[in-house]
Design a protein around this ligand. Sequence first.
Ligand SMILES: Nc1ncnc2c1ncn2[C@@H]1O[C@H](COP(=O)(O)OP(=O)(O)OP(=O)(O)O)[C@@H](O)[C@H]1O
Length: 283
Amino acid sequence: MPGSTTSQPVLAMNEVVVRFGGVVALDGVSLQVHPREVLGVIGPNGAGKTTLFNVACGFVRPTEGRLLFDGEDVTGWQPHHLVDHGVARSLQGLGLFGRLSVLDNVLVGADRHARTSFLGSLFAAPTATKDERALRDRAMAVLQRLGIEDHAGDIVGSLPYPLRKRVSLARALVAEPRLMLLDEPASGLSESEMSELGDIIVDLAQDVSVMLVEHHMDLVMRVCQRLTVLDFGRVIATGSPDDVRDDPAVLEAYLGGVVEDDASDEPTPGTTGETTRKGSSRA
Ligand SMILES: Nc1ncnc2c1ncn2[C@@H]1O[C@H](COP(=O)(O)OP(=O)(O)OP(=O)(O)O)[C@@H](O)[C@H]1O
């Protein structure tokens, strides 16, 4: 069952601490992402979301605590090792090759399962043709799933940003990950594009676990089975979107530092778009 909490988590963080010099960015954070669950990670500015995402990707090594993937201790693993084991990520900076076609960009992401890598196939190894055909079929299937198969031959640099975002997702998905890490995928999208993205994430969660770090509450509330809320590097709430929305600690975190003049404009969790916190400082 999607969102089930009885199975072994695909991803677990146990008591993760990250210190940058004197700054404690994460302070004993524990969370789990279960099979075919969409877990949302939210929190006010500076709460530690990006740091948490970077720990999950392997970009930041925890100062303390453990990172487990499918029950295996992967603390301190390099990002590419995590990718090889089925952890895919789609970052805000999309990292695509602007002069390559959509299909070629996606094929670059297919290397995890390829006997002959896409790059290796450029040197025409004997096994390349059959393998490459299979890879292309898989890449086209992913493009179709994301509704961009008609753009397979387009040069990525010529595409509008929302389409490039889908290419980035396709490149992550073609490696058939067990876990997809999404870093603010809704940034820069219109309301209708965000709604389509929500449909895509719901569809993905039929066979992939997703951890979604996102500011846009409408999207988070719609697609996540559970939310983990951070504030000042700590988990202040975990639960269903409805439970979290009504949690006094969460309301306090989002509203606590608001200066009086702006109070009427400040979004509350679950009611509107981007969240910000004014008048608070972490110095
Ligand atoms: N490389 C770094 N060196 C020093 N301090 C850092 C570093 N990265 C993050 N921090 C600090 O760690 C804390 C958490 O930052 P982080 O970027 O993870 O929060 P966030 O929730 O992603 O914020 P935002 O929503 O504004 O992006 C902040 O106080 C930030 O200033």
